[in-house]
Design a protein around this ligand. Structure first.
Ligand code: PLP
Length: 438
């Protein structure tokens, strides 16, 4: 450890193997474009856009300037019963890229808060329309919807749930769509599995539609190991929701802002939800911010009663924070000027070719991709799940590339500015690490 390494006792790190980390810290000190710099001055290729959020790459001048200027001009404005111009400007700008049918924006500060906000909106919407029995929330196995109690209740990753008691009541789950026996090494959307959506019909038969408020899914499940929706699956989910008056929520916290080749995965897959959660790429990760996009019918259901009364009792001190709004506007400018919201569609062919060339490397049991998202699943070491992928992660870091692992799946989600040579560097580094981990 270098003499400059800070004392590490006090900081309890999130989603981190704290003891392992503190024995061999991985410290980032600067970032620019596609690269981080670490505390030893090494350049590290960012293979995961920070944490699926730095979609325009690091240190982008428009965003940096927007934040600096905003801090000097209006550092804070209370969001309850007050407003500031950029909050409105940003919402209008967002409606230009949102899927047709969604046109209201409610601000939060993270993906987790967006999810809890959307779940509350769904339940409150039905109540506002006089269908107050619709309170049940349906999630999906292996889903990740952040770490708040609503999100882990509808989520389906056991490690995120098992330590936290009973969570929300009245929640049920449909099955996940991962089906390696039929779909391993699919390029893009797998062919098999639209029928997994029929699980929702089974839950309707079990609970009755009159008790169900909403179903929430990630169009592409990221944190659980990059699960791409089978062809026709999201369409079928939409049809079943429509048939039974159930709201469909897409959690686009990682798929939003260009990741799959369109501004949102809803557009890539041609399915529009009633509510959509976003965060991360909204500000290019520079200032925490999330949002819920809502269909007008949902917003409008609340807009009755005396006009001086608050319609929706929900919000955060930092909703529409001026620095976040400024960062988001700078981010949208950057995306627009550089065509980044559709760049994944241009790059995905080359990315897929390189990624799938890992088939045949030691222990690789599946490769999955869509847009600029890649998943490489490894056979676990017997009795030590997750260890093989973690070893690959550490090796890649030593070799100058940042990747991410979840269980024994390696996830890649590079900034959307990535060039072919950097895709080569990322895949070559990963290939070397896979060979060494054999
Ligand atoms: C699909 C999805 N939803 C919600 C979240 C939670 O976002 P945050 O960490 O900003 O609370 C994440 C984070 O990775 C996510 O992938």
């Amino acid at each position: 450890m270098s003499p400059d390494t800070p004392a590490m006792d006090a900081y309890w790190m999130p989603f981190t193997a704290n003891r392992q980390f503190k024995k061999a810290p991985r410290l980032l000190t600067r970032a620019d474009g596609m690269y981080f710099t670490d505390d030893k001055g090494r350049q590290v290729l960012d293979g995961i856009a920070g944490l699926w959020c730095v979609n325009a790459g690091h240190n982008r001048p428009r965003i940096v300037q927007a934040i600096q200027q905003q801090a000097a001009e209006l550092d804070f404005a209370p969001p309850f019963q007050m407003g500031h111009p950029k909050a409105f400007e940003l919402a209008e700008r967002l409606t230009r890229i949102m899927p047709a049918g969604l046109n209201k924006v409610f601000y939060t500060n993270s993906g987790s808060e967006s999810v809890d906000t959307a779940l509350k909106m769904a339940i409150a919407y039905h109540r506002a329309r006089g269908e107050g029995t619709r309170t049940r929330l349906i999630g999906r196995e292996r889903g990740y919807h952040g770490v708040n109690f609503g999100g882990i209740s509808v989520g389906g990753i056991v490690a995120n749930r098992k330590m936290f008691g009973t969570m929300l009541g009245g929640v049920d789950h449909i099955r996940h769509t991962h089906d390696p026996a039929r779909n391993a090494f699919s390029v893009g959307q797998p062919v098999h599995g639209a029928e997994f959506a029929d699980d929702l019909e089974k839950l309707v038969a079990l609970h009755d539609a009159s008790t169900i408020a909403a179903v929430i899914v990630e169009p592409v499940a990221g944190s659980t190991g990059v699960l791409i929706p089978p062809q026709g699956y999201l369409q079928r989910l939409r049809e079943i929701c429509d048939k039974h008056g159930i709201l469909l929520i897409f959690d686009e916290v990682i798929t939003g802002f260009g990741r799959t080749g369109s501004p949102f995965a809803a557009q890539t897959f041609g399915v529009t939800p009633d509510l959509m959660t976003v965060a991360k790429g909204l500000t290019n990760g520079c200032v925490p911010m999330g949002a819920v996009f809502a269909a007008a019918k949902i917003h409008d259901a609340f807009m009755n009663g005396p006009e001086h009364l608050i319609e929706f009792f929900h919000g955060y001190t930092y909703s529409a924070h001026p620095l976040a709004c400024a960062a988001a506007l700078g981010t949208l400018d950057t995306y627009a000027e550089e065509g980044l919201l559709t760049r994944a569609a241009e790059m995905q062919g080359y990315f897929a070719e390189c990624l799938h060339s890992l088939r045949g490397e030691p222990n690789v049991i599946d490769v999955r991709n869509i847009g600029l998202v890649g998943g490489v699943e490894l056979a676990p070491i017997a009795g030590e799940p997750g260890k093989r992928a973690f070893n690959v992660f550490l090796d890649c870091w030593d070799q100058g590339a940042l990747i991410r692992t979840t269980g024994d799946t390696i996830a890649l989600s590079p900034p959307l500015i990535i060039e072919r040579a950097q895709i080569d560097q990322l895949i070559d580094t990963l290939r070397g690490a896979l060979k060494r981990a054999a």
